[in-house]
Write a protein that binds this ligand. Structure first.
Ligand SMILES: [Zn+2]
Length: 1025
C-alpha cells in the first residue's frame, strides 16, 4: 500500500487530537489494568533484557499507558513498547527509506519483500496469513521517508505467528528477479502466449502508479512536496513515476534493501497487554541476533533556507467531472517550518494550522471558501508534519485562471488580519476541548494510531516518549498564552510573514496531458525495444511464459503458521442493552465504560418520503448541520459544535431486512457525542438544527454544494469499484436501487447537475420538505451509550430533547415496523459502462442471493473468502496486474465480484465467471475451507470499542441470538454446502445479475449491444425529476 499525502479535508482535525485516542479500563480480564502498567514500570534504565538495554520508562496517565524505550546492543535498533490494558496488541517495524530518484524503489521493495522469504518461500505471505490468522490489521505502507510493517491481533498464538512471518519477510526476503518483474516492471507481450502480439510494460506498481497519478489532487500534493524541499529525498516521487520505474534494476533494489532494511536503520514498536519480554526474546532470536551494526547513512539533511520566495507552475490532466470546466486551476502557497522533532513547536504549529484553516469559523475558510472563488481548499492544506521539516500550505482548487492574483492577495491579507486581531478566545478553547475529548473518545485501533502519529518524528530522531506527553504540551501551550497573549500572532508573523522559504505553486489542466504522457511512455518503450537483440526478444517471450507458469503453479503453503478453527471462541461476545420508550420513541440504552463521554444516535426513518425527494436526501445530510440555525450563523453553529461536542453528523442509512430480500429500511442516521457535562448543550444544538436550519442561506448552501460535488467527482479514482458495485447491484433488490441513488454514480450525476444550477430555489424547497417530514417522533428511534453514572442524566436530557420534536398525529401514530416492503419487485439483469478517461478499470458484478438469517448466507460468506484468496486474487491481481479484486458477501443479500485499478475488463469478467465454475466443482481442501472461515471470523470478531457496542442491533435489528445462530452456521459449513450455494446462486448464465464498470473506451462495450453506456454523468436510465 502506498501512503500518499493527505488530500484536502475540511473536517481535518489537529493531528495530535485525531491520532491519540484511548481505550477504557476493561474489567473482564484476569490481569488488571494497573497490573499491566505496574509490570511495565518495574523496568529500570540500564537494565539488560534479551540483547536490549532499557533507556527510559515513563507513565502517561492521560492515555492510561506506560512506555518503555530500549536500544538493541549489537545493532543499535530502536524499540518502543507501550503497555496498556488493550487486548488488540500491535507490532510494527519501520525503516527510514530515503530514495534519491523517481524509480519508486521503496515502494517496489515494499511489494517485493512480500513475495517470499527464507523461512516462508511463498508469494504474498501477508495476504496468505490473512486467511490463517485472526489479525485485526495486517499491512505494509510506504510513506515519503519511511516504510512501515504493522499488524495487530487479540490472540497470543496468532501474534507470534504473524511476528515470525513479518520478521522473515523484511529481514530475509528472497527478492527474486521474477518477483521484482511481477511487482515492479517488465517487458512482456501483451498476450503472453503470442510472440506476435506487441511487447508492452507490465507490473503491479507500474500500473498502480499510473492509476494513482491520474488524480490531479495527488499530482499536486507530490509537486508541492518536491518543490518546497527540492534538495534531497523529498524531491522524488517515492511511489514511482511510471516513466522512471522502468529504469530500476533488481540489483539496485537489492542494494536498497541491504542498506535500508537493516536493524541499524529500524524502529520496532509493540503495544498492548501482552508481556514485552517475550516479544524482545522472539525478535532477538529470530532476527536481530543475525546482524551486526552498520552506518545506514539515511539521514535527511536540513533544507537550506531560501532567501527569496519562489513561484512555479505545473500541468495536470483535465478533470472530466469538474462542475465548471473553466475553473480548474489550483493554487497554493506553502511555507517551510521547523523540524518536527521539536515536540512543542510542532504541537503549536498544528494548533495554529487548525485555527487558521479548519471549519467555517476559521479565517481562511471564511476568506477563501465562503467567497466561492473555488470549489474547495487546495489538495494540501494546513499544517503537514509528514516530512522532516514541517510545511504549511494554504490555497484553493477549482478556480478560474483569472482569479490567481485575487487568491494570492486574499491569503496575504488574511495573515495580516489575523496578526492584527488574533483569534477569539472561544476558538482556542474549542481546540483545547477537542484535544480533551479526543483523549477520552475510544477507538478500536488505538495502538496503531499511536505508532502512526509517532513514526514521522521518531523516524528522524525525535523522542517518542516526549511525543506521548500530550498534557505537558497542553500545559505549556496554556502557559505560553498566559505569558504572552500575542503568542500565536507572533508565531504567525514568524512562520508566514517573515518566512522567505515560501512557494507559490499553480496547476492548470492541459488537454494534451494524457496524450503526452502516453507518447512519452511509447518513446521509452521504443528505446527499450530498440536496445534488445533478437535473442533478448526471445528472452522476453520466454520470461513471460515462465512468469505465467510460476504464477499458475500451486504453492506449498504448509510452511506458513496457522490458527485452527478450534482456536476460535464458539460463543459470541454478547452486549447487554436495555429497551425503553421515551416520549413514544423507542430508545436503546447501553451501559459501557465510555470514560465520561456520552454517545447519541437516532435513526429517522424515511418510509413516508415522496419518491421525488429521495434523490436529495444525501445533499440534505451533508448540509443540514453546516448551514447555521435560528440566530446562529453557520460560523457560530460550527463554533458551538466544536466547543461542546465531538461533532454533529448526519448520514444516509439503508439496511436490508434480516429475513426478507424485498424489504428494507431507508432513513437518516443522526449521531454525536460529548463530555457528559455538555449533554444539554449538545441536545440544544440538535433542537436548533431540527427546527431552524437555515436553508435560505444561499451563499453557504452554494459553497457546500460546490464542495460536495467536487468531493464526489474526486472520489471516482479512489472508490471507482464502490461505484461500480453499487450500480451493478441496483437492479437486483429494492434496497440496491436506493443505495445506488444515495451513493452511486446516479448521485454523482445529480450533484453535478445541482452544482451547475443557477437558481437554487427548487432545491431549497425540497430540502425544507425533507426536514419537515423527517423530524417527527413517529419516524424516530434513539440509542445512548454511556457509563452507569451517565445514564440517568442522559435519559432526562434525551427526554427533554424529544419533547421538542414534532409529535405523531392520531391519524398517523408512531409504529415500530419501519421497513418498506416491495413485494412485487422483480430483479433484472443489466450491463452498464461509465466511459471515463482513466487508464484503468473498476469493475463490479452482483448477483442476488439471500438475507442474513438464511442458512445459505453463512455458506456464501465463507465461499466469497475462499474464492477471493484461492482464485480471484491470482487471476485478477497476480496475473491480470490489477491493484485488487475479489468477491464479497455482506448483509445486503447481494453477492459481489469486483476489481480495482484493473488494466483489463473482458478477462476480469471471465475470471468472475470462471471463479463461480471453480467454486461449484468443489476442488478445494479442508484446510482451504478452514482458512476461509478464519477470514470470516476475523470480520465478525473484530474488536468493537465501547461507543459502538450494540450498534448492529440498533441499526439492523439483528439480535445477539441471531448472531449466535449465524456463528454456529458458519462453523458448520461443509464442502457440500459451498458447492451447493455456488451452483444455486453464482453460475451467472442462469442467474439474474448486474455488471457495471468505470473505465476507458473499450471494444467490450463499443461493439456490444448488451451494454448501456452512461456518458457525461447523464445516464439514460437516470431517475427523472
Ligand atoms: Zn503499492
Amino acid at each position: 500500500m502506498l501512503r500518499l499525502r493527505t488530500s484536502s479535508n475540511l473536517k481535518r482535525l489537529i493531528k495530535v487530537a485525531q491520532n491519540r485516542q484511548c481505550r477504557p479500563i476493561c474489567s473482564r480480564r484476569a490481569r488488571s489494568s494497573s497490573a499491566i502498567l505496574q509490570e511495565a514500570e518495574k523496568y529500570q534504565p540500564g537494565q539488560h533484557i534479551h540483547g536490549f538495554t532499557v533507556d527510559k520508562v515513563e507513565k502517561v496517565s492521560e492515555l492510561h499507558l506506560s512506555a518503555i524505550k530500549l536500544t538493541h546492543d549489537a545493532t543499535g535498533a530502536q524499540y518502543l513498547h507501550v503497555a496498556r490494558d488493550d487486548s488488540n496488541n500491535v507490532f510494527s517495524v519501520g525503516f527510514r527509506t530515503t530514495p534519491m530518484d523517481d524509480t519508486g524503489v521503496p515502494h517496489i521493495l515494499e511489494h517485493t519483500v512480500l513475495c517470499g522469504s527464507d523461512k516462508y518461500p511463498v508469494r504474498d505471505p501477508f495476504f496468505k496469513m490473512l486467511t490463517r490468522s485472526l489479525s485485526t490489521f495486517l499491512n505494509a505502507m510506504t510513506a515519503c521517508d519511511y516504510t512501515v510493517y504493522p499488524f495487530s491481533s487479540q490472540n497470543a498464538k496468532d501474534f507470534e505467528n504473524l511476528l515470525s512471518v513479518y520478521l522473515d519477510a523484511v529481514f530475509f526476503p528472497r527478492l527474486k528477479e521474477f518477483d521484482f518483474s511481477q511487482e515492479g516492471w517488465r517487458l512482456e507481450h501483451e498476450d503472453v502466449n503470442n510472440a506476435n502480439s506487441p511487447i508492452i510494460f507490465k507490473g503491479v506498481v507500474f500500473n498502480e502508479m499510473k492509476g494513482a497519478l491520474t488524480s490531479p489532487d495527488q499530482m499536486f500534493a507530490i509537486h508541492v512536496q518536491n518543490k518546497i524541499l527540492p534538495s534531497h529525498t523529498y524531491a522524488t516521487n517515492y511511489g514511482g513515476d511510471p516513466l522512471k520505474i522502468p529504469n530500476l534494476t533488481v540489483e539496485q533494489l537489492r542494494e536498497f534493501h541491504s542498506t535500508h532494511y537493516h536493524p541499524s536503520n529500524a524502529r520496532f514498536y509493540t503495544y498492548g497487554d501482552m508481556p514485552m519480554e517475550r516479544h524482545l526474546e522472539f525478535i532477538q532470536n529470530h532476527a536481530l541476533s543475525k546482524f551486526t551494526k552498520i552506518q545506514p547513512d539515511t539521514d535527511v539533511p536540513k533544507e537550506e533556507r531560501w532567501t527569496e520566495p519562489r513561484e512555479d507552475h505545473v500541468y495536470c490532466a483535465v478533470d472530466p467531472m469538474a462542475a465548471d470546466p473553466n475553473k480548474q486551476t489550483t493554487l497554493s502557497i506553502s511555507y517551510l517550518l521547523e523540524d518536527i522533532s521539536d515536540t512543542f513547536e510542532s504541537f503549536t504549529a498544528s494548533i495554529l494550522g487548525s485555527l487558521l484553516t479548519a471549519g467555517p469559523t476559521s479565517p481562511f475558510y471564511q476568506a477563501l471558501l465562503d467567497a466561492n472563488i473555488g470549489s474547495d481548499y487546495a489538495p494540501v492544506v494546513g499544517y503537514d508534519s509528514s516530512t522532516k521539516e514541517a510545511t504549511f500550505s494554504i490555497g484553493l482548487k477549482g478556480i478560474s485562471e483569472n482569479d490567481v492574483e485575487t487568491v494570492k492577495n486574499i491569503i496575504e491579507d488574511t495573515f495580516d488580519k489575523v496578526i492584527q486581531e488574533g483569534f477569539p478566545e472561544e476558538r482556542i478553547e474549542a481546540v483545547l476541548h477537542k484535544i480533551e475529548l479526543s483523549l477520552k473518545h475510544q477507538t478500536t485501533q488505538f495502538g496503531l494510531g499511536v505508532i502512526s502519529s509517532l513514526m514521522p518524528s521518531w523516524n528522524h530522531g525525535g523522542d517518542p516518549m516526549v511525543n506521548l506527553q500530550i498534557n505537558k504540551c497542553v500545559d505549556q501551550f496554556k502557559k505560553s498564552m498566559a505569558e504572552n497573549p500575542r503568542f500565536l500572532q507572533d508565531k504567525i508573523e514568524a512562520y508566514f510573514k517573515c518566512n522567505t522559504h515560501k512557494l507559490t505553486l499553480t496547476m492548470s489542466p492541459d488537454s494534451e496531458y494524457e496524450a503526452k504522457k502516453s507518447a512519452e511512455e511509447q518513446v521509452l518503450l521504443q528505446e527499450k525495444l530498440n536496445s534488445l537483440s533478437e535473442d533478448q526478444k526471445t528472452e522476453v517471450f520466454n520470461h513471460g511464459i515462465e512468469l505465467a507458469k510460476i504464477q499458475n503453479s500451486k504453492e506449498d503453503l504448509s510452511c506458513l503458521p496457522t490458527l485452527k478453527i478450534s482456536d476460535i471462541n464458539p460463543e459470541l461476545k454478547r452486549t447487554q442493552v436495555k429497551k425503553a420508550i421515551i416520549e413514544s420513541v423507542p430508545v436503546q440504552l447501553c451501559e459501557q465504560p465510555t470514560n465520561g463521554v456520552t454517545y447519541f444516535r437516532a435513526v429517522a426513518n424515511l418510509k413516508k418520503l415522496p419518491e421525488e425527494l429521495m434523490a436529495y436526501v444525501p445533499l440534505f445530510c451533508s448540509v443540514i448541520t453546516n448551514l447555521g440555525a435560528g440566530v446562529m450563523s453557520h460560523h457560530e453553529l460550527a463554533q458551538r459544535e466544536e466547543l461542546k461536542t465531538g461533532g454533529l453528523n448526519v448520514s444516509t442509512h439503508t439496511v436490508l431486512h434480516h429475513s426478507n430480500m424485498n424489504s428494507h429500511e431507508q432513513g437518516v442516521l443522526i449521531s454525536s457525542y460529548c463530555l457528559d457535562h455538555n449533554m444539554e448543550d449538545m441536545f440544544d444544538l440538535w433542537t436548533e438544527i431540527f427546527h431552524r436550519a437555515n436553508f435560505d442561506d444561499k451563499n453557504t448552501l452554494t459553497t457546500l454544494i460546490q464542495m460536495e460535488a467536487a468531493d464526489m467527482a474526486n472520489s471516482l479514482p479512489h472508490h471507482g469499484h464502490h461505484y461500480a458495485m453499487l450500480c451493478a447491484g441496483s437492479s437486483l433488490t429494492p434496497l440496491g436501487k436506493v443505495k445506488e441513488l444515495f451513493g452511486g454514480m446516479t448521485q454523482v450525476a445529480i450533484m453535478k447537475k445541482i452544482a451547475e444550477m443557477k437558481d437554487l430555489e427548487p432545491v431549497i424547497n425540497n430540502l425544507k420538505m425533507i426536514a419537515h417530514i423527517l423530524f417527527n417522533r413517529k419516524n424516530f428511534r434513539c440509542a445512548l451509550n454511556t457509563t452507569a453514572e451517565g445514564l440517568d442524566p442522559a435519559v432526562s436530557s434525551l427526554e427533554k430533547f424529544l419533547q421538542t420534536v414534532a409529535a405523531p398525529s392520531k391519524a398517523d401514530p408512531a409504529s415500530h415496523v419501519k421497513m418498506i416492503e416491495v413485494s412485487d419487485f422483480k430483479p433484472s439483469s443489466r450491463r452498464i459502462h461509465f466511459p471515463l478517461p482513466f487508464p484503468v478499470n473498476y469493475m463490479g458484478q452482483c448477483l442476488p442471493t439471500v438475507p442474513y438469517s438464511h442458512r445459505d448466507c453463512a455458506s456464501l460468506r465463507v465461499l466469497s473468502k475462499l474464492m477471493t484468496s484461492k482464485f480471484l486474487h491470482r487471476e485478477i491481481r497476480e496475473k491480470g496486474g490489477a491493484y485488487g479484486g475479489g468477491a464479497s458477501m455482506g448483509t445486503s443479500g447481494i453477492f459481489t465480484f469486483y476489481s480495482y485499478r484493473d488494466p483489463n475488463n473482458i478477462e476480469t469478467l471471465q475470471a468472475f465467471k470462471s471463479s463461480a465454475e471453480w467454486a461449484s466443482q468443489g476442488k478445494y481442501t479442508q484446510q482451504e475451507i478452514d482458512e476461509a472461515k478464519l477470514s470470516v471470523f476475523q470480520t465478525i470478531d473484530y474488536p468493537i470499542a465501547p461507543p459502538s457496542r450494540g450498534m448492529t442491533l440498533f441499526l439492523t435489528g439483528i439480535t445477539d441470538d441471531m448472531k449466535q445462530t449465524h456463528r454456529e452456521q458458519l462453523f458448520a459449513v461443509t464442502r457440500d454446502d459451498l458447492v451447493n450455494v455456488a451452483q444455486k446462486y453464482l453460475l451467472s448464465d442462469h442467474q439474474t445479475n448486474g455488471i457495471a464498470f468505470l473505465g476507458p473506451e473499450t471494444p467490450l462495450t463499443r461493439e456490444n449491444d448488451d451494454w448501456m453506456k452512461v456518458v457525461d454523468g447523464q445516464p439514460s436510465y437516470i431517475h427523472k425529476h
